[in-house]
Design a protein around this ligand. Structure first.
Ligand code: TYD
Length: 205
């Protein structure tokens, strides 16, 4: 039996991590065979690539280099971890996947959605999530939350405008593929957001 591949997306500070923790707790209590993984990262090699990407010393990194590193990390991750888990009938919860590249590198960095899609098509070999949860939180709210988050990594230090582009990119992407990408109103209290997530998953568990 084939498993289920769910990716989780949103701007930095939208509360993804908290909601993923709650969801994993819920699924495990239900006896669902679920694994958690994240991007960039998820495997030994992909985590090494992650270190290069997020290293604050690498401020001079070109956008094309960044996009290719994310895609490289993903190429390893999808083959080594995601596909085998799906083939074993597991549910895979992946914190960020190809939509992050489309929005962060394609839209916000201005590399172009088509170029980033092309690179990623090669990287993922057609493996797309069955379902994507988009945690929808306006940039103003995200920034407010982030100020409480302590030290920020290289990407998180980017400007407000950059994050606005990311948010708008996600909204456009969600509108273009409403069957796969489900919007979750992340401005609500934690328990309410969790309830929205469970509603979307109804029938799939
Ligand atoms: P991380 O600390 O995992 O952030 P978050 O908790 O918000 O997921 O760092 C990942 C950063 O990399 C995040 O700012 C989003 C960015 N990113 C891209 O720019 N492109 C990508 O393809 C992916 C997967 C992430």
């Amino acid at each position: 039996m084939k498993g289920l591949f769910i990716s989780v997306e949103g701007t930095d500070g939208a509360g993804k991590s908290t909601q993923i923790d709650l969801l994993l707790e819920y699924l495990k209590a239900k006896g669902v065979d679920v694994i958690y993984t994240r991007e960039p990262g998820g495997t030994y090699i992909s985590e090494k690539i992650r270190e290069i990407i997020l290293d604050t010393d690498n401020e001079g990194m070109e956008g094309a280099c960044e996009a290719l590193l994310y895609a490289a990390s993903r190429a390893q991750h999808v083959r080594e971890k995601i596909v085998p888990a799906i083939n074993e009938g597991k549910m895979v919860i992946c914190d960020r996947y190809v939509d992050s590249s489309i929005v962060y590198q394609g839209v916000a960095r201005g590399l172009g959605v088509d170029a980033v899609k092309a690179v990623n098509e090669f990287a993922i070999g057609g493996v797309m999530p069955d379902l994507t949860l988009f945690f929808d939180l306006t940039v103003e709210e995200s920034v407010k939350r982030k100020k409480n988050m302590g030290s920020l990594d290289r990407i998180e230090k980017e400007s407000f405008d950059f994050h606005k582009k990311i948010y708008d990119g996600y909204v456009a992407l969600a509108e273009s593929d409403p069957v796969r990408i489900k919007r979750i109103d992340a401005s609500k209290p934690v328990e309410e957001v969790h309830a929205q997530v469970l509603k979307v998953l109804e029938g799939l568990i």
